[in-house]
Design a protein around this ligand. Sequence first.
Ligand SMILES: NC(=O)c1ccc[n+]([C@@H]2O[C@H](COP(=O)([O-])OP(=O)(O)OC[C@H]3O[C@@H](n4cnc5c(N)ncnc54)[C@H](OP(=O)(O)O)[C@@H]3O)[C@@H](O)[C@H]2O)c1
Length: 242
Amino acid sequence: MRPHIICHMGTSIDGRLHPSRFTRPAGGVPVDTLRRHYEEVAGRFEAEGWIVGRVTMAEMAKGRERTFADAPRVPREPHVANRNGRSLAVAIDPSGRVHYGQDNVGGDHVVAVLGEHVSDGYLAELRGDGVSYLFAGPDGHDVSGAMAQLAAVFGVKKLLLEGGGKVNGAFLKHRLIDEFSTLIHPAVDGLAGTPSIVDYDGADSERPGVGQALRLIGCETLEGGMVWLRHAVEEAPAAAQL
Ligand SMILES: NC(=O)c1ccc[n+]([C@@H]2O[C@H](COP(=O)([O-])OP(=O)(O)OC[C@H]3O[C@@H](n4cnc5c(N)ncnc54)[C@H](OP(=O)(O)O)[C@@H]3O)[C@@H](O)[C@H]2O)c1
């Protein structure tokens, strides 16, 4: 069993990832009105936490690297710190590059998803910060196994997947996304090759969404002209049924 996972993202009409690159809102549309929708819509899902990739979490975490030269060797088993009833802030961080300095990000309890190869010193740093952690196999890329552990160890049933594009792409490839919640800004990025909200790192021949189909389950126009789309992810019908 794993949690129900909703990929919740804001994007431009060309599917791009970086809001700082979007065109400005039209006259009379306050930027704050558009910005507000992201958290308001996220709240409607009543999820028990959120998941982000290492790059996105590094932009939010405020800690500094510390040295634990004599850290004891510890087994690569889940470590549950004091969650204290809080929502979870889950970081997919295979090499243990993010430093927290505290047990939460924005008030939500941090759970680091790591590769087993991370150092004992890094694990000592996380325990010192009060951060929980678990392992996604030797290289940290077994995201399916990590999601099953999150359900088993923390009892979570619903989580938001909130980017960036790389980690969303990995979750799509592993068929871990149950629903997309996409907020389309009335804006465009426009530059060829800029990152998109689902950006699986693979060869040109790969199709990370193969075998999956999207069914539109919601479409709402929000104040300021933002469009909120909801798609359920289903098993694709056999080719003969298309
Ligand atoms: N528009 C939005 O709503 C929105 C939402 C969130 C974030 N963002 C923006 O997105 C940007 C970051 O996006 P991003 O795509 O560059 O990075 P990301 O998805 O945040 O993180 C990618 C990293 O996750 C790790 N990872 C773990 N397992 C992986 C796997 N199976 N496949 C691939 N990566 C895996 C890798 O870390 P290692 O390199 O350490 O191995 C990889 O480099 C930020 O600038 C952020 O502000 C936008």
